[in-house]
Design a protein around this ligand. Structure first.
Ligand code: TXA
Ligand code: MG
Length: 331
């Protein structure tokens, strides 16, 4: 296994290093990448992650020219202001794809492709030099919390991957916002730090939130079917007023258990546990430390206690992940 810092990747560039899946740093989370023209490598992504074969992959491009080669009907007019305002950055858009795009990228073989342009100029230069877009889901074992540092990816994938590109802790810490057009309406499929409010402001229309899937409903984003972001130990999500009292009561019912708590700085003085993680002052800090917090408590504790966030702005993204990670919701 080779770990190369991102800022050294250009000097040691050898095209053959990118034939097999490799781990890339992005501003959101680390990704397990493969060239979209290498069918074997794309299939290996599913094997390495233990990913269900019907869950499509996000494609990363370095330029709008590269995007145009992937998509069928040109860039839809509604996406133009979003691309202008948020690319390069943590916003993924769903397009109609060309027939030639590998069915392995498309998961169940639908006619769409989810595309984003990562923020890092070095990463974009690397994609440019490789010469084809990179498909890259998050570099975790399927169902586990996303990796926000190269060590998290190594913990999950180890020697199954031979090249890890390291760029330190991710700036954002939550996966990209995913937006699609469904029956001519803009739909938020996965909230992220490009917030619903910011998207609505850029588009001048309201956006429907469809970040969960219920049986019987049309499946818009296959990833929503699967359990996500889950540590090996149970996660208790405490809602509403007097969460402190409820937390204490549940803790008293678990004598001898090592409880790990993760809360924003403002609440850290109100909790007592085996391990307390201060997620940070601002909502931006909380997004950044969220997955690392889950992973750290998972290693050292028997249960994780977390509290709800307001669903405004970036809070919606954290609540989406917490809702999916939670084993128990304590109202
Ligand atoms: O920030 C990110 O988006 C990271 C970094 C590495 O770029 N990638 C990431 O990929 O989070 P992944 O595979 O963990 O999550 C992609 C989500 C899945 O829920 C998948 O079902 C959905 O996007 N998706 C992919 N292609 C889609 C499509 N054509 N239509 C609807 N949803 C799609
Ligand atoms: Mg993922």
């Amino acid at each position: 296994m080779k770990i190369v810092p991102l800022d050294r990747i250009e000097e040691s560039f050898r095209i053959a290093d990118f034939d097999d899946p490799f781990v890339i740093p992005t501003e959101t989370v680390y990704g397990l990448a493969a060239r979209i023209d290498r069918e074997d490598a794309l299939k290996r992504i599913y094997e390495i992650k233990g990913r269900p074969s019907d869950n499509p992959l996000i494609v990363h491009v370095s330029s709008q020219e590269m995007l145009r080669e992937l998509i069928a009907d040109g860039i839809p007019a509604v996406y133009v202001p979003l691309i202008e305002r948020f690319w390069p950055g943590p916003l993924t858009l769903v397009f109609k794809c060309r027939e030639s795009l590998s069915k392995t990228v498309r998961g169940s073989g639908s006619d769409t492709v989810a595309v984003r342009m990562p923020k890092s100029a070095v990463l974009r230069r690397l994609i440019e030099r490789i010469g084809v877009p990179l498909a890259a889901p998050s570099a975790n074992t399927s169902g586990r919390p996303s990796p926000t540092a190269v060590g998290h990816a190594i913990d999950d994938l180890g020697d199954k991957v031979s090249l890890y590109i390291d760029d330190g802790p991710c700036e954002v810490g939550l996966e990209s916002t995913v937006l699609g057009m469904i029956d001519a309406k803009a739909v938020l499929l996965r909230p992220g730090v490009v917030t619903r409010e910011a998207l609505e402001d850029a588009l001048g229309i309201s956006i429907e939130l469809r970040n969960t899937h219920s049986p019987g409903q049309r499946l818009l984003c296959p990833g929503q079917k699967y359990r996500h972001y889950s540590p090996a130990i149970p996660v208790y999500l405490f809602k509403g007023v007097d969460w402190q009292g409820k937390m204490k009561k549940i803790q008293e019912g678990m004598p001898g258990k090592k409880i790990g708590v993760m809360v924003p700085s403002a609440s850290i003085g109100e909790v007592e546990a085996f391990k307390c993680i201060d997620l940070g002052e601002s909502i931006t800090d909380c997004c950044k430390s969220f997955f690392a917090g889950l992973r750290e408590l998972d290693k050292t504790c028997d249960a994780i206690f977390a509290v709800t966030f307001s669903t405004d702005h970036e809070g919606l993204a954290i609540m989406d992940r917490l809702g999916k990670a939670a084993t128990y919701v304590i109202e």
